[in-house]
Design a binder for this molecule. Structure first.
Ligand code: BGP
Length: 447
């Protein structure tokens, strides 16, 4: 199947999972604990010219990356770090020289540690601090970036237990904190969108949602209702606000039922209306199953909870492998919001073995991409969903968020490093690299 002529084929990375170099060059400490244990991650901070060269040979049109806030503002109340600015400017310039369009996430699960002083995004002060950072990014990189994303997987960040992603270091969990932080981030997202449009009218802002289908366990209407409620809560609060500019009715009912005050002001409601995004971006990895009999809880066998799906295979970490789910979520999302969509993450975490000659035969990953891209093609070509790009996860091996190891590998390019942060850090192309190279060269015909 042939994809539309201008379809953007790309790859993804996130700064805090690949850069390393947590200290030095003026960077401040980031909130992520991982920083303490896995320096130098994939050493992307030093090796990015080599990585961009290898990615350019892959033939990609787009590179989805993130900027590390604590590299730009080690202290969010202080001065900008010029070395950090030069670093990202150089990276973006190199991409431009290779004719690769960057898709830049402003906040991918990372922020300066010092923001925890004000309890992170729970505090309204975080909005000013974030916007100061955003303005610096737009002023310094705006001429090199056409596509921006606000917060990575914003819908996942308000799930209980994700304090750090909101800049909260306390181990206490409060539902009200989760939603007050979400509200402040939604306001940041709207303000960033408005600012981008003012400064660069031709640039475009997208949101980013971790989009996984939730299936009812049976055809019992009670299970269906449960599925609908979970889907609304997990996916559609963020999407409704970011695409349509206001909280949906089911959000208000949920807040009321749970005694949550999100502290949204009338002025903020107006900002949310005026700052809707230009396109939707999403990650897609797996699906979940729910039943009315018990609540969605974390269990082995699933990414974020739910119960086992007997019809699906799983990877070594228990994440379901569900290519058809991708077609389902794309149709569901397009039908509801009628906005252009780009997939900015989709990939398989697996243990890889490097042979003595440096080859890596990751046939399982090729199979995963083949199956998912086939469903993507059906969604785009047969169903007519407006998907304008696909960036797979990940460009090179990086440290996994949930496993906190590099041995859960996703990359098309192998990084010779182990879970203790030891190795040569040399890069090796996996078989999946050559597979994806053909897919791009044939605009999807070689899927
Ligand atoms: C997404 C995150 C990514 C990435 C990916 C794979 O949720 O946006 O940062 O890490 O999942 O997950 P993991 O690293 O946990 O294996």
């Amino acid at each position: 199947m042939k994809f539309p002529k201008d379809f953007m084929w790309g790859v993804s990375l996130a700064a805090h999972q690949c850069e390393g170099s947590f200290e030095g060059d003026g960077k401040g400490r980031g909130i992520s604990e991982r920083e303490q244990f896995h320096n130098p991650m994939s050493d992307f901070y030093h090796r990015y010219p080599e990585d961009i060269e290898m990615l350019s040979q892959l033939g990609i049109h787009a590179f989805r990356m993130s900027i590390n806030w604590s590299r730009i503002y080690p202290d969010p109340w202080g001065e900008a770090n010029q070395i950090g600015i030069s670093y990202y400017r150089d990276l973006l310039t190199k991409l431009k020289e290779k004719n690769i369009k960057p898709i830049v996430t402003l906040s991918h699960y990372e922020m300066p540690y010092l923001i925890s002083r004000i309890n992170g995004f729970v505090s309204k002060e975080s909005i000013d601090l974030f916007m100061k950072y955003v303005r610096t990014c737009f002023e310094n990189f705006g001429d090199l970036v056409e596509y921006w994303l606000t917060f990575n997987e914003l819908n996942c960040e308000h799930m209980p237990g994700h304090n750090k992603m909101n800049g909260i270091i306390s181990s206490e969990n409060h539902l009200e904190w989760d939603y007050a932080a979400l509200n402040n981030k939604l306001v940041c997202s709207a303000l960033a969108t408005k600012l981008l449009h003012e400064m660069y009218p031709d640039s475009r802002m997208g949101n980013m949602i971790g989009y996984f289908p939730i299936y009812p366990q049976t055809c019992n209407p009670k299970d269906f209702l449960k599925m609908m409620q979970k889907t609304n809560l997990l996916h559609h609060i963020c999407l409704e606000v970011q695409c349509n500019g206001e909280y949906p009715y089911f959000a208000w009912s949920y807040f009321k039922e749970n005694g949550i005050d999100i502290h949204v002001t009338e002025e903020q409601k107006q900002i949310l209306k005026e700052g809707t995004v230009d396109f939707i971006s999403m990650s897609y990895y797996c699906s979940n199953v729910v039943t009315y009999k018990y609540d969605l809880e974390r269990r082995s066998g699933n990414q974020i909870g739910g119960i086992d799906n007997e019809f699906l295979e799983k990877n070594d970490w228990g994440w379901t492998i569900d290519p058809e789910g991708l077609r389902i979520v794309l149709n569901d999302c397009y039908q509801r919001y009628k906005m252009p969509i780009i997939i900015v993450e989709n990939g398989l975490g697996a243990y890889d073995t490097k042979e003595e000659d440096g080859s890596i035969h990751d046939t399982y990953r090729i199979e995963y991409f083949h199956d998912h891209l086939s469903q993507l093609a059906k969604a785009v070509v047969e169903d007519g969903v407006d998907v304008f790009g696909y960036c797979l996860w990940s460009a090179i091996d990086i440290v996994s968020v949930s496993a906190n190891t590099i041995s859960k590998r996703y990359g098309l390019i192998y990084v010779d490093a182990d879970d203790d942060g030891k190795g040569t850090f040399d890069r090796f192309r996996k078989d999946s690299y050559y597979y994806y190279q053909k897919v791009i060269a044939t605009n999807g015909e070689a899927i």
